[in-house]
Design a protein around this ligand. Sequence first.
Ligand code: DOR
Length: 444
Amino acid sequence: MYELLLKAGTVVNQGGQARMDVGINEGRVTALGDLAQERADDVIDCTGLHVLPGVIDTQVHFREPGAEHKEDLETGSRAAVMGGVTAVFEMPNTWPATVTGDALSDKVKRAHHRMFCDFAFYVGGTKENLAELPELERLPAAAGVKVFMGSSTGDLLVDDEAVLKNLLGKLGRRAAFHSEDEERLRERLDVRRLDDPSSHPEWRDVRAAMESTERLVRLAYETGAQVHILHVSTAEEMAFLANHKAVASVEVTPQHLTLAGPEIYHEIGTRAQMNPPIRDVRHREELWRGLQSGVVDVLGSDHAPHTLEEKSASYPATPSGMPGVQTLVPVMLDHVNAGRLSIERFVDLTAHGPQRLFGISRKGRLAVGYDADITVVDLNREMLIEDAWMESRSNWTPYHGKKVRGWPIGTIIRGRRVMWDGEIMNSAGGEAVTFQFCQNQGSK
Ligand code: DOR
């Protein structure tokens, strides 16, 4: 007897796929296999569908507290579950920034009963909170430390090498980095051309990214730290990082794999403006090569919503960032259908990869004893991505008008059906993600 039974779907893990039923009790997977004779309170027929471990998006900005006109924890998490995402790691560049234990517990408090998906929050690493970071990074619901080496939205920044080295030496967990060299960005402000966002990648150029990443990797070796490099955007970094897997893990975003300059800036203007920038086809091809050869560990959306009004100012007065948590799954499934990655590799990048890098408890695979976090997808469904589908408060997507093949049909979180076929079906029951090293988290 099961509380929930998913019948006759194709169950995919990072190592393979098979037609199986999934039995769920008390929020966990309790059986996998042929359960045709079993009874259940609720049965979902998954014939023709793929049943994936819940997609974990390890880079989103949900803007609360402080910029709720762009997004908040409720709207951002609605976007997540509508797009098939079961858990998110949220970034610290809010107002106030998440740089203290109080700011972290404030976010956790706000998240309970308002977030539809599970969550963890990064703590911003700064010169000022350096001494407390070893404690802060281990707090319940902390995803680890995030450091901005180049300035972007908000005022978090560590651009001093001595401070960075000191910080890396203190950390026990893998920390995440926005890697662009602040000094070079500041020197080259004049490269930006008024009203021309295609000059964004010329300003924030390959050298700005590469110099920062080389410095970070060198400091990781010197201090024994493990570093996670967010949204890698250049061919040069990808080639370099292939030789440094001992200390560095790699994230790419769907937008850097899908969009390319300069065309995209002519097509959608400042909506394509983000940091690090969308670059040309040469870089996009090398990011794919890195993904296909195993250098890339995870996909993160870098969901960074700004309003269209903010985006309609004249470049460079426009903010950088684009929404993405809701479109990660359909955009990447379209790439699966185009033969650019296998469905197993997609699972590796969105579930197993996050689990492995961050030491997440009981998530990241479909196996007995794991949380019943499940993303159900229809690999054959053709849909148009449109602004009107967006749950994000920002209400737009850089993919408006794009036809894709492959669509999220269901989002199940700890056995609760949260989204099915475009409808949110359950209340906001998100809980904090737990990590393997944390004690006293109150869970089995
Ligand atoms: O484009 C970006 N926007 N890159 C970042 O690193 C920050 C983000 C934001 O918060 O808007």
